[in-house]
Design a protein around this ligand. Structure first.
Ligand SMILES: [Zn+2]
Length: 210
């Protein structure tokens, strides 16, 4: 195994069908810079203007058919990177159509965590990022945010019961292919591209679930 893969907590012998995909996303935990700034105010008007020409309706309809409408409001779910302005990138972006199934997987996981009251109030602040924006924003070259789909969330009040979250990750994370990261800023990363966890330095050893 390479250092990068170990850093993301993917174990040797990880299911081969998932290995390549997971390895591609291995360094997502290092995307610290992309996760450092809370979005500015004025976002609602900007979103509404953008949504007039973007296929937000089709995206929302897809999620609605999976009973995932409203798990995370579209305005949050379609945020790119906090550094979008500095990078000259889009503030909002709809993932490519072939990733919508991955969006649905993450939202299904989020819905499960909410139903178990493991996740309470939170904001999703950084999600799908195109390659150019991801690079500018300091995301890893093969970040899950770009290759597949991932969300970075900020718990309301900065508080989340990591004991409950880690208990779920240990008991069910493998079945969900659940990636769980915690950035130095306190933001949490969630994806469904491989069972692994990491903490402030992007390595498994600093995971809150250790
Ligand atoms: Zn992330």
């Amino acid at each position: 195994m390479t250092g990068a893969i170990e850093a993301d907590g993917i174990k040797a012998g990880y299911m081969s069908s998932h290995f390549t995909r997971a390895a591609l996303c291995a360094a997502a935990a290092l995307a610290v810079v992309a996760c450092s700034v809370v979005p500015a105010e004025g976002e609602l008007a900007a979103f509404e203007q953008w949504a007039r020409t973007a296929p937000v309706g089709a995206f929302e309809q897809y999620l609605a058919t999976s009973n995932l409408e409203g798990v995370i409001p579209a305005r949050q779910l379609l945020r790119t990177a906090s550094d979008w302005r500095r990078c000259g990138g889009p503030r909002f972006e709809i993932p490519p159509r072939d990733r919508w199934v991955d969006v649905a997987r993450v939202l299904t996981l989020v819905a499960e965590l909410k139903s178990r009251k493991i996740l309470g109030g939170f904001e999703s602040v950084s999600n799908f990022r195109n390659t150019e924006l991801n690079a500018c924003a300091g995301g890893a070259q093969n970040s899950a945010h770009t290759i597949v789909f991932a969300i970075d969330i900020v718990p309301h009040g900065g508080i989340i019961d990591e004991t409950l979250l880690c208990d779920f990750w240990r008991a069910h994370g493998k079945a969900w292919d659940m990636g769980l990261g915690k950035y130095p800023s306190g933001r949490l990363h969630l994806d469904t591209v491989g069972y692994r966890s990491w903490g402030h330095d992007g390595r498994e050893g600093s995971s809150p679930c250790r």
